[in-house]
Design a protein around this ligand. Structure first.
Ligand code: F6P
Length: 529
């Protein structure tokens, strides 16, 4: 295709949402002229399924749940008035609580004000808040937000070190929909101990966002925490950023949550459009389908040319892959669906993996994100007539062209700026694209059965460790090999896991397990004491 033909194609297919200033350009996706016509029927069905979902159908059949994230930004659309009220009350409560914190009406016992937030959560209970905090944060935010998003002890130590002497002014927000996620529980326990070590009462510094009656909810009540905000079963973790999960930390930080909600609401209105050529979420879903043959055969590379959108790919990775990566379709047939997502930011990536994108294995398509506004205020000229932002545009357009020359497809999302409205709109756009695409490939986008297998297996490892430790402690006189211990605890076939557990225990002196070298690595003997 010549540059002139691309220009014509650009004009023909450009899909815009006036109210948020966003456009989607699919001209560099090589779909055949009749592709859209062929997809009209399936897309009609996807629109029907989406309309039913928004009206409150059980769209997550495996878990028998409704799927209500679109109601979060348009509470009046919730299927019952009680739900409308709950959503509205929660946003009002987030606002009021944050104001009280900022004004010092809700204050820590040993400082004048809370100045920091430590958010403890994982997956959908952290990725959205992290994206929002990084995309919209400034040096003069009301509060600075820190994260425990793993059960890595060193990771938590690092964050606590950054918080330094400010724990007395730190409000900890523990977020878990289920209230039973172990990584989050561990983060909470470690945070609680850090407060205690400073002579601070944790409950006076803690807030929870969780489902009613969950383990976390009960713990918060027992510990007399400052406040609990609700998380509902009809909001999935990966689509929860516009519930209290994302709104509370954002508002505490001082960010414009009304703007985020309005941007998402406007995008929702635009993506309810049934003319697919005028609906960017439908077009995006269709492009995903085209690129990967409806089988996820190509990966999606997210390339925002803006530092503030660095975490967009990480956020979308969960939203897309946890939603679409499914073994079975809605009829129970094995389909192994999915769409792999990765990315970072331009132009930085041009000096990293873009080499492979252009010349290596052709197993991807890209979404470029272009932000028109360079910065607040004026830009200096780094050369006569050129700003740094001109270079950023040049590198984006140059890379896009270089990829296309080699037959590598891409879409371009253009937004006016990185504002609360734009971010809300980008999130809503991708949520809707995921839902529509899931219908096109006939899967349930709203459950995550695959994650359970890893959790169960991890539980079994910890149980094995318990038995191994009991054995070692009961027989301190001599050392044991992994083989001996695995047999002794009744799991001879689990010897590799036992060996890994022993190596880990021995590498951490505080666990009280010593190693005695043997003739080779696998003859190493382990002893308690
Ligand atoms: O909010 P929770 O219940 O702690 O779950 C955190 C994350 O864990 C998952 O359930 C996967 O294990 C995600 O879907 C979810 O976002």
């Amino acid at each position: 295709m010549t540059e002139r033909q691309l220009w014509e194609r650009y004009k023909k297919y450009l899909c815009g949402v006036e109210s948020v200033g966003l456009t989607l350009d699919v001209s560099r996706m090589n779909f055949a002229e009749d592709f859209l016509e062929r997809m009209r029927g399936p897309m009609e069905k996807a629109f029907d399924a989406m309309a039913a979902l928004e009206k409150g159908a059980i769209s997550n059949p495996d878990e028998k749940r409704r799927v209500g994230h679109y109601w979060l930004r348009a509470p009046e659309l919730a299927p019952e008035p009680a739900l409308t009220k709950e959503i509205q009350d929660t946003v009002a409560a987030v606002r009021a609580f944050s104001e009280d914190v900022h004004a010092g009406r809700v204050k820590p016992p040993k400082a004048d004000r809370f100045t920091r937030v430590l958010l403890v959560g994982i997956g959908g209970s952290a990725l959205g808040p992290q994206l929002v905090a990084d995309a919209l944060g400034t040096a003069v935010d009301r509060m600075q937000v820190f994260f425990f998003d793993n059960t890595d002890p060193d990771g938590m130590d690092r964050v606590l070190a950054q918080l330094g002497g400010t724990l007395a002014e730190t409000l900890t927000v523990v977020i878990s929909k289920s209230g039973g996620t172990k990584e989050t529980r561990n983060g909470m326990v470690e945070a609680e101990r850090a407060y205690q070590q400073k002579g601070l009462e944790f409950g006076r510094h803690a807030v929870a966002v969780t489902g009613e009656g969950s383990e976390l909810d009960r713990y918060a009540k027992k510990g007399n925490w400052l406040r609990t905000f609700p998380m509902w079963d009809w909001v999935g973790g990966r689509t929860s950023v516009l519930s209290a999960v994302g709104l509370l930390p954002a508002r505490l930080q001082g960010l414009d949550i009304d703007g985020m909600l309005a941007g998402a609401r406007d995008m929702d209105v635009a993506t309810r459009e049934r003319d697919m050529l005028r609906n960017p979420a439908a077009m995006m879903a269709l492009m995903w389908f085209h690129a990967g043959n409806g089988r996820g055969q190509k990966d999606l590379v997210i390339l925002p040319y803006k530092d503030r959108l660095l975490l967009l790919s990480r956020y979308l990775q969960q939203l897309v892959m946890e939603s679409l990566g499914k073994e079975k379709d809605l009829e129970g047939k094995v389909v192994n669906q999915g769409l792999a997502v990765y990315g970072n930011k331009g132009s930085t990536d041009q000096h990293a993996y873009v080499q492979q994108l252009r010349e290596g294995v052709s197993n991807f398509f890209a979404t470029f994100v272009e932000v028109l506004k360079d910065r607040e205020g004026t830009s200096m000229r780094v050369e006569e007539d050129f700003t740094s932002g001109d270079y950023l545009l040049g590198f984006f357009l140059g890379t896009r062209r270089a990829l296309f020359e080699k037959g590598r497809e891409s879409m371009t999302l253009t937004v006016p700026d990185v504002s609360a409205r734009t971010l809300g709109a980008l999130i809503a756009l991708h949520e809707r694209a995921v839902g529509l695409y899931a219908s096109l490939v006939n899967i349930n986008a709203y459950h995550q059965p695959g994650v359970e297998a890893g959790k169960k297996a991890a539980g079994a490892v910890l149980e094995l460790q318990r038995k191994v430790l009991a054995k070692l402690r009961g027989d301190k006189a001599k050392g044991h090999t992994a083989e001996e211990l695995a047999t002794a605890v009744g799991s001879p076939d689990e010897v590799e896991t036992v060996f890994k557990v022993l190596e880990h225990l021995a590498a951490n002196a505080d666990q009280g397990v010593k190693r005695e070298p043997g003739a080779n690595r696998f003859d190493t003997r382990f002893r308690a004491g």
